[in-house]
Design a protein around this ligand. Structure first.
Ligand code: PRP
Ligand code: URA
Length: 209
């Protein structure tokens, strides 16, 4: 309950520092996000169940381990979450991908829904909800609500940078959702941006603005 896992591996922290720098352009920002996602994926998938199988190596038959066929879904919150899909898919090629379109209203900072498409059997899948930024927690809680309404039971959330306020908001409503994050930053500023953060993740990923 109310589990926050900070993935503080030195490679993740180094790459995150590069992403934070204003001087890092979209190409490098995208590549770094994919690399960090893969490194975080190691931690996020640590508890996936295994089963024993008999295989034949060039030397002899032996018992070995394979993933126990758990069904997974990767669900990015558009737009910025898209930047975390490739990293996960390359680790778990059999996972299905759902999409949730949400943007923060520039005035109110409240999430506005514009798209939702899930795999039909989302209720049977372990969901990895991905978004680089967890700021007020409005988008994350709206996304979890949409997933729950479609039957998703087991959801874990993976963010790059979170504000303490956002973690609190998600966990006050959904204490059972584990949050994996590379950094819990200091706070939100008056515009509800994460401080020090890395700016607007969607704009930096896609070169908009
Ligand atoms: C960003 C980010 C999160 C959200 C976090 O998306 O990718 O989805 O803000 O803020 P919150 O915790 O206060 O809801 P944004 O709304 O900027 O949309 P974009 O990804 O399309 O740029
Ligand atoms: N969305 C972002 O992309 N960055 C923030 O700091 C807050 C919300």
């Amino acid at each position: 309950m109310k589990r926050v896992v900070i993935t503080d591996h030195p490679l993740i922290q180094h790459k995150l520092t590069l992403m934070r720098k204003t001087s890092t352009g979209s190409k490098d920002f995208r590549e770094l996000l994919t690399e960090i996602t893969m490194l975080m994926g190691y931690e996020v998938t640590k508890d996936l169940p295994l089963r024993d199988v008999e295989i034949e190596t060039p030397i002899q038959k032996t018992m070995a381990k394979e993933l126990d066929g758990k069904k997974l879904a990767i669900v990015p919150i558009l737009r910025a979450g898209i930047g975390m899909v490739d990293g996960f898919i390359s680790l778990i090629p059999a996972a299905k991908v759902g999409h949730i379109g949400l943007y923060r209203d520039p005035e109110t900072c409240e999430p506005v829904e514009y798209y939702c498409k899930m795999p039909q059997d989302i209720g049977e899948r372990e969901v990895f909800l991905v978004d680089p930024m967890l700021a007020t927690g409005g988008s994350a809680t709206a996304a979890i609500e949409l997933l729950r309404a479609r039957g998703a039971k087991n959801i874990r959330m993976i963010n790059l940078v979170a504000a303490p306020e956002g973690i609190e908001v998600v966990h006050s409503k959904y204490p059972e959702v584990d949050i994996y994050v590379a950094s819990v930053d200091e706070k939100l500023n008056d515009h509800k941006y994460i401080v020090p953060g890395l700016g607007d993740a969607g704009d930096r990923l896609f070169g908009t603005k």
